[in-house]
Design a protein. Structure first.
Lengths: 245, 655
């Protein structure tokens, strides 16, 4: 099985062909298997992230033919092109810098203090959102996230100096950051002020970009439009321009 | 191009951002320390995040659940290798530690009447009380809590994609009743910026996880478990305890390759009629559900050695007899599906429909899961040395460990649902103690002490050579499996010692390009360096313990008698290379507990015989009743945790 792997070293992009040797006739390898074999056979320094091999840790996301997929549980097919996730800046080969996303949430996670009694049952929706493994597949085609890169992708930015500084956290949000805020909103232990702050933060991160957006897609099947974006748009409807919800 | 070095000052450095690191950082910051968290993987992406998500919370199920009782349960499970002060601390703090996770967003099911988190319906094996709380989304729920603890911490700075390379220490010049060395900081490689960071800090908490990646197959633990915790501590001169106690799960998948090593079941899930067979169909172990993991693993490995193993180096777990019985068969399927659902689902996906229905055998082999030994500490996670339970006066001042990095909590075996609580309890304790150290230490870090570390690390960038670190890693994983894996012999331990010497020489010939941003070859080199160090420590401890106990199985020696005096192995690296090994005696359980253990063991073996002698119809009715008793009205089996004693009934009474 032949695939193409898009590598990046010292700012130079190259596409390298790799012939995967099936370990038995009927093998249907995952993309991660292909990367591991490429490293073992022909590209010893190939850089890629992975962790649990069982779709739980969320770090091995790559683009396969331009779509973000979780490499340990995505089947590789003849002719596939494997490239780094296009929505974040590349550090090396298939490794992208993830730091700017989590860091934008600093100072935005307070639930406004906790009561004395922690023994309160959380609603079903809270657990639905907790299923997020932070794979960042949801960044694909997100207009809010794209604002960090002048409406495009990090790869479209010509000079590296013009990229936003990830170590300070990105200015504009994304479905993941909204999910974290919505999770705070529906936590029964969050105070009214904490709920209000979550909506304020969503607006500050660019919630207006979600108005009229066709929608985002979750890597592990969470209903982002229904349970996150829709809920926040509803809560902020009087404060957003021309809300169509 | 020379890699640049930046300098920073902090009170406390926390290495690792999982369950233990997150709590250590958040408590140290609350205590007023300025904290730097260093994580090579993204924040919170640790074994905690991918665990089964079941935590021990004392008194969640009943009011009469005393700290003394929980502490004793841990030592009973651990064959008395554990340190009593540490198991006591675990038991005393389990609720407070758990509540800290709740303050970071962990939301368990609630027992409204008792006003407590709601534990699973039955005590997990080895626990004498109901106190194991399960969570929706398993470990991922804990992953969010670790993430929140680090990201929302107002006095916490953090670096991800950053590799903590070495501790920097200096001699204290103190007498023999005070530590001879103290921590003055550490050196970090920041891969995203492409620079080194020298951090002056009087306290460092190591919470960088375990070592399962020194083996292949490992189970579904994180790739990053390259023994960093142990290697970094050992190189600085810290003592490690019980390093031979690596827990292997016997029934991991042998194929297809994408699933190799992932956990497919535990002895208990094989149920009453599950047996192991060799490639010729011959039964090599019956009564699997009542066996210990070590018994199952060594049966498989002995078969492989005799040339009768399966194509992928394992044996066959045959559960078809359970399924075939007309009355009890349907109960069995429900039992298998609900007892350890994550493992069942993995096996069904990997092996196909017929295997999922238990109409055919499963090819299985052991896999590395958890390191019970680790950095030798006291009950506050502070580095300890000397005799007995260990004293901080003989450890390294300012060095702390928490989570899988620390030893002394679990001894030779770990009860189910305890690892996540260990993180919360000792994360908090070590964070508090580290902040206290920082408060009472005057900052006079000697920058000259950093110079050799910086010079050596900088010289690696652009190192010429003919060895690929990633290839050498694979070689090490294969040989570790054979020599210090689920079964060990004196010959193999010697073989590994010779190999390690060769690999250390080849390590110097690893080719590393000069570029500084995300230099994959340099990272592979650093991980390999830690894997070699850790493998050597495990081998040294394994050589000293010349009989089988817990996770340490010697094919060429017998079992260590439960009636002999228990001891822990302690290893420390000597500056010229190699490890010194010694034994530290531990107090033994009262004699009557041991006698009761022997009786239990014989009763267990008799039960297996009895069941197999029954005529099929009688067997079927008998089993139907047993399943009904286990699964009750809900029709589902109580969940077990991989690695827990409940999942290997034969280990439940181990003294």
């Amino acid at each position: 099985m032949k695939v193409e792997i898009v590598t990046h070293r010292d700012g130079k992009e190259a596409t390298v062909g790799f012939e995967y040797e099936k370990r038995f006739e009927a093998e249907r390898p995952m993309v991660l298997d292909v990367l591991l074999q490429a490293q073992a056979r022909t590209m010893p320094d190939l850089a890629f992230r992975y962790g649990c091999r069982a779709r739980n840790c969320g770090v091995c996301t790559v683009d396969i033919n331009g779509k973000p997929r979780i490499a340990c549980r995505a089947r590789a097919r003849e002719g596939d092109t494997i490239s780094p996730v296009a929505t974040l800046p590349v550090l090396s080969d298939l490794v992208v810098r993830r730091d700017g996303i989590a860091r934008q949430m600093r100072g935005r996670l307070s639930s406004g203090g906790q009561g004395n009694n922690l023994n309160v049952e959380a609603p079903e929706a809270y657990h639905d959102l907790t299923a997020c493994i932070e794979c960042y597949a949801c960044l694909d085609k997100c207009p809010m996230h794209a604002r960090n890169f002048d409406g495009g992708l990090p790869g479209d930015v010509q000079n590296a100096e013009d990229l936003p500084d990830a170590s300070k956290g990105y200015r504009w949000g994304n479905p993941f950051s909204l999910l974290k805020l919505q999770r705070i909103r529906i936590d029964p232990l969050t105070t009214d002020a904490g709920r209000q702050a979550a909506v304020d933060n969503a607006i500050d991160l660019g919630l207006d970009a979600c108005v009229g957006c066709a929608g985002c897609k979750c890597g592990v099947g969470i209903d982002l439009m229904g349970q996150v974006v829709g809920e926040l748009l509803e809560a902020a409807k009087d404060r957003l321009p021309s809300s169509k919800t | 191009m020379t890699i640049k070095t930046e300098w920073l000052d902090y009170d406390v450095i926390v290495v690792g951002s999982g369950g233990a690191g997150g709590q250590a950082a958040s408590v140290a910051a609350e205590e007023g320390a300025r904290v730097l968290v260093v994580s090579k993987d993204p924040i919170g992406c640790s074994d905690t995040k991918i665990s089964e998500g079941i935590a021990t919370v004392r008194a969640s199920g009943s009011d009469d659940d005393s700290a003394a009782g929980l502490s004793e349960n841990l030592r009973m499970g651990g064959g008395d290798l554990n340190v009593e002060a540490i198991t006591d601390a675990f038991a005393q703090d389990s609720q407070a530690g758990y509540d800290r996770l709740r303050s970071h967003g962990l939301r368990p099911p609630i027992d409204a009447e008792r006003n407590t988190p709601k534990p699973l319906p039955l005590p997990l094996g080895g626990h004498t009380k109901r106190r194991s709380v399960g969570h929706r989304n398993s470990g991922i729920a804990f992953g969010h809590a670790s993430w929140n603890a680090v990201i929302e911490g107002s006095r916490i700075d953090y670096l991800e994609d950053a590799w903590f390379l070495d501790l920097v220490t200096e001699e204290t010049g103190a007498g023999k009743d005070a530590p001879a060395k103290r921590v003055i900081g550490g050196l970090i490689y920041d891969a995203s910026k492409g620079c080194l960071i020298a951090v002056r800090a009087p306290a460092v908490v190591i919470a960088a996880g375990g070592l399962s990646t020194i083996f292949f197959p490992k189970t579904d633990t994180m790739r990053g478990n390259t023994g960093d915790s142990y290697a970094v501590a050992a190189r600085a001169g810290a003592e490690l305890v019980d390093m031979e106690q690596v827990q292997f799960l016997p029934f991991c998948l042998a194929s297809p390759p994408s699933y190799e090593g992932l956990c497919a079941g535990e002895p208990v899930t094989a149920s009453f009629l599950g047996v192991l067979r060799d490639k010729n169909g011959k039964v090599i172990l019956d009564g699997v559900y009542l066996r210990t993991r070590a018994e199952c693993s060594s049966a498989i490995m002995r078969t492989v050695e005799a040339g009768n193993g399966s194509p992928n180096g394992g044996a066959y777990l045959d559960m078809t007899a359970n399924k075939k019985l007309p009355r009890s068969g349907p109960y069995f399927m429900r039992f298998l599906q609900t007892c350890l659902p994550s493992a069942y689902n993995t096996a069904r996906q990997a092996l196909g429909k017929a295997a999922g229905k238990c109409e055919v055998e499963w090819e299985v082999r052991p896999g590395a899961h958890y390191q019970m030994g680790g950095i030798r500490t006291n009950e506050h996670g502070a580095s300890a040395g000397g005799d007995g339970a260990g004293e901080t006066a003989h450890g390294i001042a300012g060095l702390f460990a928490a989570g899988q990095a620390m030893g002394g909590v679990f001894g030779a075996n770990r009860l189910g649902s305890t690892a996540l609580t260990e993180n919360a309890v000792f994360g908090a304790r070590s964070g508090r103690a580290a902040a206290e150290t920082a408060r009472t230490t005057s900052h006079t870090a000697n920058d000259d002490a950093f110079a050799p570390f910086i010079a050596e690390t900088a010289s690696r960038f652009g190192q010429k050579g003919d060895v690929a670190a990633s290839a050498l890693k694979l070689e090490l994983q294969r040989e570790s499996w054979t020599c210090i894996g689920p079964v060990r012999t004196a010959d193999r331990l010697e073989k590994l010692a010779a190999l390690l010497q060769d690999w250390r020489e080849r390590l110097e010939r690893v080719s590393i390009p000069a570029h500084t941003v995300w230099n994959q070859a340099f990272m592979e080199f650093e991980e390999l360096r830690n894997m070699l160090e850790t493998a050597e420590a495990v081998a040294a401890a394994a050589q000293n313990r010349d009989g089988s106990v817990g996770g340490h199985v010697r094919l060429d020696r017998g079992n260590i008698s439960a009636f002999s005096t228990p001891y822990s192995t302690v290893v420390n690296r000597v500056p010229d290379g190699g490890y010194l090994v010694r034994r530290v005696a531990r107090p033994r359980q009262p004699l009557k507990r041991l006698v009761s253990y022997k009786l239990q063991e014989n009763w267990r073996k008799f039960q297996i015989k009895l069941l197999l002698m029954m005529p099929s119809g009688m067997q079927d009715k008998n089993l139907e009743k047993r399943y009904q008793a286990i699964m009750g009205a809900s029709g589902a089996a109580p969940e077990v945790t991989p690695g827990g004693v409940d999942a290997a009934i034969g280990e439940a009474t181990k003294a």
